[in-house]
Write a protein that binds this ligand. Structure first.
Ligand code: AMP
Length: 220
């Protein structure tokens, strides 16, 4: 089973991917997480990725695609994979199809997460992530606060604001890139008839757990 999670930044892709992978024993492959791990460790990949991420830009396709291809190779025996943050443009989506078809695999489902734009911006500003790279739990100081202010419920490490969430210019750039480069993927996958749409928003009081119940029902 291979599922792609689409949605603008702050819609809850990471949270939904985390819940689905926990429930089903699937592997969550988050390109953003891999980049952040590499940045924290100061690897060559991290140094290069940081130049783009800190400005809210996409990391160049050749770097991202080869990183994902390598990781998918390592996950050959996984019962399920959730791609969180990849693909992010048509070139990456076409390349993914090519990589999978070589292995006799395909994208099974694409979950498109939708959240009103004004909620997205508030969510990014309210997002706090665990500084422990092995934990990476995510909180929201308004709708999903930690029990102790500034401390991760799961591992007790300090929570921090993601660097690209704290810069309004970077947020704006990321949303613009989503609209121009990532959104066209909805059409790309709609043509294959594999898109599931889920709204996650305060507006309709619908959050990640409920969306995951619905996703599981639909992909049964
Ligand atoms: P995310 O955690 O998914 O919001 O990703 C954080 C940042 O990592 C993005 O704003 C991009 O700069 C970079 N990134 C993540 N996934 C990709 C991708 N598939 N292609 C290019 N850049 C990516």
């Amino acid at each position: 089973m291979l599922i792609i999670l689409l949605g603008a930044q702050g819609t809850g892709k990471g949270t939904v991917a985390g819940i689905l992978s926990k429930r089903n024993n699937w592997i969550q492959l988050s390109t953003g997480d891999i980049f952040r791990e590499n940045i924290a460790k100061g690897t060559e990949l991290g140094i290069e990725a940081d130049k783009h991420i800190s400005k809210g830009c996409l990391v160049p396709d050749e770097i991202t695609i080869s990183m994902v291809e390598k990781r998918l190779e390592e996950l050959n025996d996984a019962p399920g994979i959730i791609l969180d943050g990849f693909p992010r443009n048509i070139i990456q989506a076409e390349k993914l199809d090519e990589i999978l078809s070589k292995k006799g695999q395909k994208v099974d489902w694409v979950v498109n997460l939708e959240t009103p734009r004004e909620e997205i911006i508030t969510r990014m500003l309210n997002r706090r992530v665990c500084s422990n790279q092995d934990c990476k739990s995510t909180f929201n100081i308004e709708i999903f606060p930690p029990k102790v202010d500034g401390i991760c419920d799961v591992c007790g490490s300090e929570l921090k604001i993601r660097e690209d969430d704290s810069d309004p210019k970077a947020i704006e750039k990321r949303l613009e890139i989503y609209d121009t480069q990532t959104k066209p993927l909805i059409d790309f996958y709609n043509k294959k008839g594999i898109v599931i749409v889920e709204e996650i928003s305060k507006r309709i009081n619908r959050f990640a757990e409920e969306a995951c119940d619905d996703i599981m029902e639909k992909i049964k």
